[in-house]
Design a protein around this ligand. Structure first.
Ligand code: 5AD
Ligand code: SF4
Length: 478
C-alpha cells in the first residue's frame, strides 16, 4: 500500500540513503562518520548542520559503513512505520560492532526524546542519543561515549536555530539547496507529534538566512527552498546595534529579501498553513518572477467536523477560499497537499468531503497517508483510533486514485505550454536527457541539444510535448 503513495515531504527515494558530499571531501579528516536520514526535508537539512559540526571535530562523511567510526541515524517519528524502519536499521548496525569494538552508534532527531530510555538502556542499541536541538553538544557527547559513558542530550530549546552554523551540503545536485528558516511548531494539530519532538517555534535571524542564500548563489546554486514547519508564522525582530528592536521581519518580507539576491536565484518555500498564509505573501510571489509559483498547502481532511477534531482551526470553506485566493492572485500557481485518511471518528461522508475538496482544488499532487496514532499527541489522549485499518486503507486507496487522475489532468493541461526550466542534472534513465523543474515544481525531462553551453544550473525554455501522470517530457525551444 505505502509504495503507491506519492510522498515528497518524505521523499521515498531519499529515505535512509547514506549522505556524503558528492564533491571534494578533504583528505585531512582522520575519522569518518556515516549518516542516514529519514523523514522530512527539515531532517535532511539538520543532517547538514550535524555534518558541519562533525567536520570541525575532524570527522569526514563517508557512504561506506565499513570505514565509519561513527554511525548516525537521523530519525523521524511522524508515523509508526518510520519508527519501525529505524529500529531495524539500528539492529543491523549493532552487529557491525562485533568487527569494530570502537564503533559508536547514535540516534539523532525526532525519535530521540521518546525512545531514549529504550534505545540506550533497555535494548542497548545505541551509544548516543541526541535530540534535534542538541547538535552543538555532539563533540562532547562523542567524547563521553568514546570512554563508555552514556551520552544523551534531548533537551529542547526555545532559542536554538543553528543560525551561525554553515551547513555542509550532503548529496545535493549543486543546484538546489534547503535553507532552514525556523524550527519547531506551535500549532498542536491533534494528530501530530512534531510539537513534542521538535519543541516550540522559533525563527532564525534573517541576516544569517540571507547570508546563507547569498553564499549558495555565489557557489553556483540556483534554487533555495526556505524550510519551516509553518513558514507563514516566520517572525524575527532584529536588534539594532544599540540593543533596541527594529522593524520585524515577516515571512512576506523575508521572501522578498531572498528574492532580491538575484533574479537568477529561484526561491521556494515549504510548508504553508491554510490558516496563516497571507495575501501579502501571495502578492510578493506575484511581484517576483523568481519566487516559484508553487504552494504546498496541507489539507489533511476536507470535512469541517474532522478538521475541528484535528485542531486545524480552519473549515472546508476557509480552505476552498484560500485556494480561490491563490488562483485569483497567481493564476498559474501549482498547489499540492498533505492528506490523512481515516482520522479518529471519520465517517464515509467526511471521506467524501475530502474527495470533493480535492476535486475543487485540483491539486497537482498530494502526499497521502493513513492515520497513524502517535503516543502523547492530543488525539492519542482524547480520541479513539476507531477507523478499522481495512477502512483506512480503502479510503487512502480512493484518495490516491483521485490524486492520480488529478495529476494526470494537471499534466495534460500543460501539453503544448512553454516553461522556463532550471536544469538539475541528467535524467535518471538516460544521460542524453536533462532533468529539470518548472516554477510549479513539476519535473520535465527533455533531450540534450548540441549546445554544449548548457549545464546543470542553466535556465532553458522547454515546450511540453508528452506527459504521464508523474512526469512531463518536452523539447528545448531554441
Ligand atoms: N498520521 C498520519 N499522517 C500524519 N502526518 C502527520 N502526523 C500524522 C499521523 N499521526 C502527515 C500530515 C503532515 C505530514 C507531514 O505528515 O499530513 O502534514
Ligand atoms: Fe520531520 Fe516531523 Fe518526521 Fe521530525 S517527525 S523528521 S519533524 S516529519
Amino acid at each position: 500500500m505505502e509504495t503507491l503513495l506519492i510522498d515528497k515531504t518524505h521523499d521515498e527515494s531519499r529515505q535512509g540513503e547514506a549522505l556524503a558530499p558528492t564533491t571534494s571531501d578533504p583528505l585531512t579528516f582522520t575519522k569518518r562518520f556515516y549518516i542516514e536520514s529519514y523523514g522530512c526535508q527539515m531532517n535532511f537539512a539538520d543532517s547538514e548542520v550535524v555534518a558541519s559540526i562533525l567536520n570541525k571535530e575532524g570527522f569526514g562523511a563517508t557512504r561506506n559503513l565499513e570505514e565509519a567510526d561513527l554511525i548516525f541515524v537521523n530519525t523521524c517519528s511522524i508515523r509508526e512505520k518510520a519508527e519501525q524502519t529505524v529500529r531495524k536499521r539500528l539492529t543491523e548496525f549493532k552487529r557491525l560492532k562485533k568487527q569494530n569494538k570502537e564503533l559508536l552508534i547514535g540516534v539523532l532527531g525526532c525519535m530521540a526524546e521518546r525512545l531514549k530510555a529504550k534505545f540506550l538502556e533497555e535494548e542497548r542499541l545505541v551509544d548516543l542519543v541526541v535530540g534535534p536541538d542538541a547538535y552543538r553538544s555532539l563533540p562532547l557527547l562523542v567524547s563521553e561515549a568514546t570512554v563508555g559513558q552514556k551520552a544523551v542530550n534531548v533537551l529542547l530549546s526555545r532559542e536554538e536555530t543553528y543560525a551561525d552554523i554553515a551547513p555542509v551540503r550532503l548529496d545535493g545536485n549543486g543546484v538546489s539547496a534547503f535553507v532552514s528558516i525556523m524550527r519547531g511548531c506551535n500549532n498542536m494539530c491533534s494528530f501530530c507529534v512534531v510539537p513534542f519532538t521538535r519543541g516550540r517555534e522559533r525563527s532564525r535571524d534573517d541576516q544569517s538566512i540571507l547570508n546563507e542564500c547569498r553564499e549558495l548563489f555565489e557557489q553556483g546554486y540556483r534554487e533555495v527552498t526556505l524550510l519551516g514547519q509553518n513558514v507563514d508564522s516566520y517572525y524575527y525582530v532584529p536588534a539594532e546595534a544599540d540593543g533596541s528592536a527594529s522593524a520585524p521581519v515577516t515571512f512576506a518580507l523575508l521572501l522578498e529579501k531572498v528574492a532580491r539576491i538575484s533574479p537568477l536565484l529561484r526561491v521556494r518555500f515549504s510548508t504553508s498553513h491554510p490558516k496563516d498564509i497571507t495575501d501579502e505573501v501571495l502578492y510578493t510571489m506575484q511581484r517576483y518572477d523568481n519566487i516559484c509559483k508553487y504552494i504546498h498547502l496541507p489539507l489533511q481532511s476536507g470535512s469541517t467536523r474532522v478538521l475541528q477534531l484535528m485542531n486545524r482551526t480552519y473549515t472546508q470553506e476557509w480552505y476552498k477560499a484560500k485556494v480561490d485566493r491563490i488562483k485569483a492572485i497567481l493564476p498559474d500557481c501549482g498547489i499540492s497537499a498533505d492528506i490523512i485518511a481515516g482520522f479518529c471518528t471519520e465517517q464515509e461522508e467526511d471521506h467524501l468531503d475530502t474527495l470533493a475538496v480535492m476535486d475543487y482544488a485540483k491539486f497537482d499532487f498530494s502526499y497521502m497517508f493513513f492515520y497513524s496514532e502517535r503516543p502523547g499527541t492530543l488525539a492519542a489522549r482524547r480520541y479513539q483510533d476507531d477507523v478499522p485499518e481495512i477502512v483506512k486503507k480503502r479510503r487512502l486507496q480512493e484518495i490516491v486514485e483521485k490524486q492520480n487522475q488529478l495529476s494526470l489532468q494537471s499534466n495534460q493541461r500543460d501539453l503544448g505550454k512553454i516553461f522556463t526550466v532550471l536544469i538539475e542534472g541528467d535524467s535518471k534513465k538516460n544521460e542524453r536527457e536533462w532533468k529539470g523543474r518548472n516554477s510549479q515544481n513539476k519535473v520535465i525531462v527533455f533531450p540534450k541539444s548540441a549546445d554544449s553551453a548548457l549545464t546543470k544550473g542553466s535556465y532553458v525554455q522547454v515546450r511540453v510535448t508528452e506527459c504521464s501522470q508523474a512526469t512531463l517530457r518536452g523539447l528545448l525551444v531554441l
